[in-house]
Design a binder for this molecule. Sequence first.
Ligand code: GLC
Length: 716
Amino acid sequence: MQTRSINLRVDELLARMTLEEKVGQMTQVGVLQDEHVEMVRSGAIGSSIVASSAWAGHEDQPDVVVDRLNEWQRLAVQESRLGIPLLMARDVIHGFRTIFPIPLGQAATWSPELVERGAAVAAREAAGVGIHWTFAPMVDIARDPRWGRIAEGYGEDPVLASAMAAAAVRGFQGDDPAAPDRLMACAKHFAAYGASEGGRDYDTVDVSERTLRDVHLPSFRAAVRAGVGTLMSAFHEIGGVPVTANSHLLTGILRREWGFDGLVISDWNAVAELIDHGVARDRRDAARLAVLAGVDVDMCSGCYRDHLAELVRSNDVPAATVDDSVRRILRTKFRLGLFEQPFTDNHRSRTILHCAEHVAAARETAAAGIVLLRNEGGLLPLGKRCSRLVIAGPLAQARRELFGTWTLNGVESDVAAIADCVRQTAPRGMTVTAVGGLVDEICSAARKSDMVVLVVGEHPNRSGEAHSVDQLGLPPGQGELVRTLAALCKPLILVVVSGRPLALTWEAEHVPAILWTFHPGGEGGPAVADALFGRINPSGRLPVTMPRSVGQIPLYYSRKNTGRPPATCRFRSHYIEGSYRPLFPFGFGLSYTRFEYSDLELSAATMSADGQVCVAARVTNVGDRSGDEVVQLYVRDLVGSVTRPVAELKSFRRIRLEPGEGRRVEFVLRPEHLAFWRLDGTWGAEAGEFTVRIGPNAVEGLEGRFTLDNAVAQAE
Ligand code: GLC
């Protein structure tokens, strides 16, 4: 539908609305109950979360019943005065019934195509049961693995997260979110939620405007450029101003600078929490602050419902402010086609849930996100050297746990445990013994085996919202199990299933083979088994830095050089015990084959303000089996008006190479790729020298230099 006609229809409808009906559109409630019937009839509700968000994704949710949603929609459309349809929302984060890896695991694929497809599958399944709006993608940059919600985002880097954010928006919304198999997406949690002190969820964030602009905003900017229909304001404060009352963010940057014309919803109860933050005296004040800052929809606090009309009548809130919010909400509903088609055809939905095509997509994504961190002596893939295999460990038999956090509609019976998949995938002639809980039983079985696969890691309830940790080793008891088995001097393979990076320093030094999967979703069992037996060649790359200890946090690759660059000598940035280096760097991952980089070429030594420099290298598969390599391009701005990171990812490409095959991989660099928040508070690139590196991760590769001959102002 044309924007012009939508705007006309919005204005016509708005002109007919009472103030109470306008406030109703700005009110979101939880699961619709009998108590809401009169509110729906009177137009006092605009949308509903079809889930009990009080459990923040850690709880099985009542299934979505399309007939029930259609009945609520009928009530709104046929029995309210203006017949404005309801928006039905839900946290469809990494799958609806077919569960994909958690977003951190999807980021480990470094494949925007797989992320887009996963979101499209989730949209197809959720829209089919009457959901219109998902509170995803979560695009918060996370550099602190203590934070439980690192699981829900795309890692530590703005460029990788931006690519995934745009891909997810495209997947959820398609070209037209009104299509029966698409959802309206919601980029969250705007913004810098992942920078909370101590990695404690909801805690204080105090980042500079420069860090906000350079690190935490780009992924939201990418989502807005991709056409995301909505954003969610976060719980926390930034520098003393809670985001949900922050007009600089919600209006100044989001609307005036970026031109975002979609709607902003608060996070759950975040409007009322302005009282806890100590910036609102009461719920009336909270409603006033939030609506003036730019929050269009109040998620479940009731502050708008209870106070907004009176605030307008007492001139504490301009009527025009409410009208602007209601326009954005109505525009969203028109964009979703809800006025034309408010009801969901409930015949289609059941046939596509967890269908073979969706399951295959989830399995491919799970496989592509598996990261091979160690493989000393080529222990993997399992093969002829092993005829008696033991598989054990706290997650070897896990099924529902493989889903990870924020899985509301996953069904455990859809999931095969890793141990079962290993047993089914093992080649003829190999006996596989799956051993349960007792350590001495595991040791006894291990003594009679050739190799041991130990599956360790985290329960999803260690991960996700409100689940931050202050230690980064394996959960209690698992480290001892690893050490006990390592002492048996049997070839030991560790499979780690987690919702975050963990500091497995001892394990990385003593266990010859380590496969890592961030909660891989419903198809994690087959994917891990395929990786163990070499039916797939692991190709995941770390979307986050792996630390050696919790004491190093925050630790990320695009650090500043400081005036005393890290080294092990005294008067430099270092620890008097332990290393300042990560255990495994951002972008790292091994393969069952090997890739070599050669022949770095730059098309020019100088980039003009309106020009570009092509940077290329040859990547060759020098091993004996095909494999995917993620070729990464990093840049360093050697001298700036402000300090600049020692490396910044600027582009990446995942390529498949056959044994012996070499390919020239070329990237195009332009001034826009060099832009940052300069000293004068403008976005742009600065003239000067840059190093550029093409390589397999954040610390290795072939390096060259070029010069940008003029400063270039850019649109952020
Ligand atoms: C939660 C989360 C947010 C989610 C919302 C609705 O508290 O912070 O990510 O979308 O509430 O469930």
